[in-house]
Write a protein that binds this ligand. Structure first.
Ligand code: 5GP
Ligand code: ZN
Length: 114
């Protein structure tokens, strides 16, 4: 049995509020939202981070970003703007080692991030 938290969200052994699902992707609400809209968009297949994507994953990567854009539209933050973030590794603060894109919006954000 996988020890990966997000794999368990994919297989429903851990509960989450799912906002979108298709054959390759899943989107759900972040358990500790940092903005009025804070969703996580993940591949269903276990990939640790962007660093572990292969050339053959280019379509998957594009698809995950398209899902972010679609959800931003559905959440009504397309006009106001939003941020898509992926953390990779220790210095970036990646805490769950399953590739995920944070979709954050609904408030103003500062740059650069901390
Ligand atoms: P990271 O720090 O790896 O970029 O982001 C991991 C994210 O996963 C964090 O924003 C954290 O709040 C979220 N998270 C951690 N555990 C859970 C959980 O059990 N369920 C949900 N929905 N989100 C989680
Ligand atoms: Zn996983």
């Amino acid at each position: 049995m996988s020890a990966c938290l997000f794999c368990h969200i994919v297989d429903r052994t851990i509960q989450s509020t799912i906002m979108y699902e298709d054959e390759h992707a899943l989107a759900f609400q972040d358990i500790h939202p940092q903005a009025p809209v804070h969703l996580l968009v993940i591949p269903k297949r276990h990939v640790q981070s962007v660093q572990d994507l292969e050339t053959t994953d280019a379509v998957l990567l594009g698809h995950l970003l398209r899902v972010c854009v679609k959800l931003a539209k559905e959440k009504g933050i397309s006009e106001s703007g939003y941020r898509i973030v992926t953390n990779s590794g220790f210095h970036a603060g990646q805490t769950v080692l399953h590739l995920h894109f944070h979709l954050l919006g609904g408030r103003s954000m500062i740059w650069p991030p901390g």
